[in-house]
Design a protein around this ligand. Structure first.
Ligand SMILES: [Zn+2]
Length: 470
C-alpha cells in the first residue's frame, strides 16, 4: 500500500493525494494550485487519469476540487464520491472556475494574436465542468460505504464549509484492515451555521491539514463585538459599507450574523445588497441544506421559517442591478466578490464609493500577498482600478477572527482525541505553520511519526505504520 502526495504538500493549495492498495487506486481530492497563473495546473498528472478507480472529495473549495474537470477530460471515468452539499456546491464552483479559465484563454489568445502566435486552449471549459458532474455519487455523513473491493469510506462533518468532510478511508486486503483518516480542511469550532468538526478516537494513520498550525484565532465573541462596533459607528457616517466577500462560506456566515444581531447592530436602517451571482447561488445552496446545520441555526429556521434571510436583503444577480448601486451615496451595505478584491464587482464599488471619506470597507477574510485586498489592509490608498489611478478615501477595517480553519489549538485538540496516538502526516500548510504544529504535537502527544511530505513524495505505508501491509 502506498501514499503519494501530488499537491498541498508544504503549501496550501492543489490538494491531491493518491492511495494505492492492492489492484485499486484512488485519489483524495483533485484541486487547483491557486497561485497567480500557476503553470502546474496544466502539467500532466503524475499518474494516468484512466487508471484512477475513484475520487473521494473532502469538500467543494476549488483548491480541493478544481482539477476534476481536467482529470475527466484526460481520461478519468470513475465515480467521484462526495457529500450531497459538496456535489451541489461543486456544480456552481466548477462552472465558475471553467468560465474564468475560458475568459483567461480568450484574453491570452487575443494577446498572442497581436504577435502572430497561435491561440491557447482553456484548462477546461464549462462543458467539461458540466460533464464531470455526471460522475458524482453522494454519500451523507456517518454512512460507511464500500466504494471498491478493497476500499470503503465514511464521511464525518469537518465543520469547514457546507458539506465539508473528514474522510475515514478503510482499506482491506485479505486480513489486513487499515483506517486512514484525512482531516480535509478542518473547521473552526464555533463557526456560524455549521456544526463543529467531529472528533474521532481511532485511526492507523492521520493526515491532517496545518494551515494555521502556528496561529490562534480571536474568540468569536470578540470578533462579533468588533464587527458590531464598526457597523454601529458607520451609522453616524452616513455613507456606504463595502464588504469584499468570499462567495462560499464567509458570505453566508455574515448573513447569518446579520440575522442574529439585526436589532443590536441597527441593521434595519440599511439596505443590504448581495452583489455576486456566485455568492447568491451558494446562499441558495446553504438555504437548501438544513440537515447539516448546527442546533442554533436549526432553531433559527424553526422560529423564523427561513435561514440567511433579512427583510432588507436584496440579491443583485445581473450587472444592471449592480450598476444601479453606483447612484446610492449612503445607506447601502454592499457585499460583493471577490474576497481579495482581485476581480469581480467589488472593484467597481471601490472605484465609485471607496473614494468618499464616509465610506467604510470591511475586510472579513485572509488577504494573500500581492492582492488589492492585502494592499488595502497594509494601508495603501492610491491604487489602480480599470487603468486609472484612484485615491481611496474610505476607512478600511479588518476583522481578523473570521476563519474557516481550525487554529493551532483546534488542530492539536482534534488530533488529541485519537486515543491510540496514530502516526501523523501533516499536509495543507506552509512550512513555517507545519513545523510549528509538528513541534507542538510532538511535545503534547508524542506520536510515533510525524511526516511532512515533499511535493511528489511517495511513501510505503509499511514504513509509516510498521508491520505488513499489502
Ligand atoms: Zn477549504
Amino acid at each position: 500500500m502506498r501514499l503519494s502526495f501530488h499537491g498541498a504538500a508544504r503549501e496550501v493549495t492543489g490538494s491531491c493525494h493518491q492511495v494505492d492498495c492492492g489492484e485499486s487506486t484512488i485519489l483524495v481530492d483533485c484541486g487547483l494550485f491557486q497561485g497567480k497563473n500557476d503553470e502546474r495546473n496544466a502539467d500532466a498528472f503524475q499518474f494516468h487519469p484512466d487508471q484512477i478507480d475513484a475520487v473521494v472529495l473532502t469538500h467543494a473549495h476549488i483548491d480541493h476540487s478544481g482539477r476534476l474537470p481536467l482529470l475527466a477530460k484526460r481520461g478519468f471515468r470513475g465515480p467521484i464520491y462526495a457529500h450531497p452539499a459538496t456535489r451541489d456546491l461543486c456544480q456552481i464552483l466548477l462552472r465558475d472556475s471553467a468560465f474564468i479559465h475560458e475568459k483567461d484563454a480568450e484574453w491570452e489568445s487575443r494577446r498572442r494574436a497581436k504577435k502572430g502566435k497561435d491561440p491557447v486552449e482553456p484548462l477546461y471549459t464549462q462543458q467539461d465542468a458540466e460533464l464531470v458532474m455526471k460522475q458524482f455519487k453522494t454519500i451523507p455523513y456517518a454512512q460507511e460505504q464500500k466504494i471498491l473491493p478493497n476500499f470503503s469510506v465514511c464521511f464525518r462533518d469537518a465543520g469547514h464549509i457546507l458539506g465539508s468532510s473528514i474522510v475515514e478511508l478503510t482499506t482491506c486486503t485479505g486480513e489486513h484492515r487499515r483506517k486512514l483518516v484525512f482531516s480535509g480542511d478542518l473547521g473552526h469550532s464555533g463557526t456560524p451555521i455549521l456544526r463543529d468538526p467531529v472528533n474521532l478516537e481511532q485511526a492507523d494513520l492521520v493526515l491532517m491539514e496545518s494551515t494555521y498550525g502556528d496561529r490562534e484565532h480571536r474568540a468569536w465573541d470578540a470578533t462579533w463585538s468588533e464587527l458590531g462596533e464598526i457597523l454601529n459607528a458607520a451609522n453616524h457616517e452616513n455613507g456606504n459599507i463595502l464588504i469584499p466577500a468570499f462567495s462560499v462560506g464567509r458570505t453566508q456566515e455574515l448573513l447569518y450574523a446579520f440575522q442574529q444581531h439585526y436589532e443590536e447592530w441597527n441593521l434595519g436602517r440599511w439596505k443590504i445588497y448581495l452583489d455576486s451571482p456566485l455568492a447568491i447561488e451558494a446562499t441558495k445552496i446553504y438555504r437548501g441544506h438544513h440537515e447539516v446545520y448546527d442546533a442554533e441555526a436549526e432553531a433559527v429556521v424553526r422560529q423564523q421559517g427561513s435561514s440567511l434571510d433579512l427583510p432588507n436583503l436584496e440579491f443583485c444577480p445581473d450587472v444592471e442591478d449592480s450598476m444601479r448601486l453606483n447612484d446610492m451615496a449612503s445607506g447601502a451595505i454592499i457585499i460583493a466578490g471577490s474576497g481579495m478584491c482581485t476581480g469581480g464587482r467589488i472593484r467597481h464599488h471601490l472605484q465609485h464609493h471607496g473614494v468618499r471619506p464616509n465610506c467604510q470597507v470591511i475586510i472579513v477574510g485572509f488577504q494573500a500577498q500581492g492582492t488589492l485586498g492585502r494592499a488595502l489592509v497594509d494601508g495603501k490608498r492610491d491604487v489602480r482600478l480599470y487603468g486609472e489611478e484612484v485615491h481611496l478615501a474610505a476607512k478600511v477595517h479588518t476583522i481578523g477572527g473570521l476563519s474557516a480553519h481550525a487554529d493551532a489549538t483546534g488542530l492539536a485538540s482534534w488530533y488529541g482525541h485519537f486515543k491510540n496516538r496514530p502516526p501523523l502526516v501533516l499536509i495543507h500548510g506552509e512550512e513555517k505553520a507545519m513545523d510549528a504544529l509538528a513541534e507542538r504535537l510532538r511535545q503534547e502527544f508524542s506520536p510515533p511519526t510525524i511526516l511532512c511530505p515533499q511535493p511528489g513524495e511517495s511513501v510505503d505505508l509499511n514504513h509509516l505504520l510498521g508491520g505488513v501491509t499489502p
